[in-house]
Design a protein around this ligand. Structure first.
Ligand code: GLV
Ligand code: MN
Ligand code: MN
Length: 412
């Protein structure tokens, strides 16, 4: 009987479509990099939807937006959320799905007159992506006390603008204290962003663990010189050294179990066709679900860089941008997700997330798990990102029923 309650799929998909109009690029795709004007516009739309429901809305000191649907008792709330910021040229679902599904759950509870024991709240965390300010999962780190508010405000983007100033500029430097909300449990619905569910035609992934992530920026210094006249053995070519690092990352990934290694940004100075690059700056993204292996990857990269300094007669400095250990989801919440999927007649399987999520930060403070739905061809962080409306609906219904159980049964 309990499984008869359902979200409104038309409304959820309409909200997704409307938000997807915010930050569209002329060449296609969406760009709502954290704390830009487009991010502000997306936030404003979300807040207007929270206000239409007369929810209590709080904006905290790092710009996390939380809407509360009060429960019958004063026990700690069940929190549902994700993020509204995007990478550059993103699709419509990464992050937005989890936030808008949370909104949909609150609207469903209101419409159906369901009064849960616990408060149910929806959150959008600031700067999950780390695409502009390279401390990823920034809002959830501050929410959980892993990052102080001042540390968050001080982080700068590549042009030198800092989080504190940008929060004030867009009107989202709230005064609600970070750390005031202590959820009893956290749930995040997300697209898988990988190929497994789509390939296996399984609708629901119950996420058991989330990858560890290590981000660093390398600066390679050689010597700018003439491209035509400088003999090969006299070159200190920072560009060549950067290319060797990128090549090495693939070897590193191949040599360790389930290792990922990516260079996503690269720039040269002076960046001119007939000049040997005197400086190269590049980013390295290393990921593994096993922290011991991730540490080994960091170590092997450091050893390779030391050898490259000799080989290419360059200097290399490294700056750590972000580091998060792998997280395990709470087994009892994972089991509740599976029960909800079963109750709704949906095919499901357990899985590990290779993408980073706010859930991996929140998991360290309260019972947490994630629900995945299929991503067509496993594509995301791309304008080709797509999930079928019926899978979106299924995921949101699993989220609803898991939240209902958590809000009424209590988990401490
Ligand atoms: C965020 O989407 C990440 O996995 O980097
Ligand atoms: Mn995401
Ligand atoms: Mn993402």
């Amino acid at each position: 009987m309990q499984f008869e309650i359902r979200i409104d799929p038309e409304r959820l998909n309409r909200h997704i479509r409307e938000l997807a109009q915010v930050g569209t690029l002329p060449e296609g795709g969406i760009s709502r990099l954290a704390l830009t004007d487009a991010d502000k516009a997306g936030r404003d739309l979300f807040v207007s939807w929270l206000e239409e429901l007369s929810l209590e809305v709080r904006i905290d000191q790092v710009g996390n937006i939380i809407g509360f649907q009060p429960g019958r008792g004063d026990a700690r709330p069940v929190l549902i959320g994700s993020h509204l910021d995007t990478v550059r040229a993103a699709g419509p679902l990464d992050g937005a799905l989890g936030v808008l599904a949370g909104l949909e759950i609150l609207q469903t509870l209101q419409e159906q007159g369901i009064h849960t024991q616990r408060t149910v709240a929806v959150v959008t965390f600031t700067n999950e992506e780390g695409a502009r300010f390279t401390t990823d999962m920034m809002g959830s780190r501050a929410f959980c006390g892993e990052l102080s508010v001042e540390e968050a405000w001080d982080v700068s983007d590549f042009e030198g603008a800092c989080v504190g100033d940008e929060l004030r500029r867009i009107g989202y430097a709230g005064d609600f204290p970070c750390g005031q909300v202590k959820p009893s449990a956290y749930l995040e619905l997300h697209i898988e962003q990988g190929p497994i569910l789509d390939k296996e035609q399984v609708t629901i992934g119950a996420v058991e663990a989330i990858t560890g992530i290590s981000w660093q920026e390398l600066t390679i210094t050689g010597a700018a010189n003439h491209a035509g006249t400088t003999p090969l053995d006299a070159r200190r070519d920072a560009g060549l050294a950067a290319a060797k690092v990128i090549q090495y990352l693939r070897e590193l990934a191949k040599g360790l179990p389930d290792q990922r290694a990516t260079c996503g940004r690269l720039s040269f100075l002076p960046d001119v066709i007939n000049v040997i690059p005197g400086e190269a700056t590049l980013t390295v993204d290393l990921r593994n679900g096993d922290d011991t292996v991730l540490k080994k990857a960091e170590q092997q990269l450091a050893e390779y860089l030391a050898s490259l300094v000799e080989q290419e007669n360059v200097e290399i400095s490294s700056r750590m941008l972000a580091r998060v250990s792998p997280s395990r989801c709470d087994p009892s919440v994972v089991a509740l997700i599976e029960e909800s999927a079963r109750g709704l007649g949906l095919a499901h399987r357990r899985m590990v997330s290779g993408a980073g999520h706010d859930a991996q930060i929140v998991a360290r403070t309260c019972p947490t798990a994630m629900i995945f739905i299929p991503s067509k061809d496993g594509i995301s962080h791309s304008l080709a990102e797509y999930s079928r409306p019926e899978d979106i609906e299924a995921g949101a219904n699993v989220l609803l029923h898991t939240a209902l159980r958590l809000a009424d049964e209590g988990m401490g």
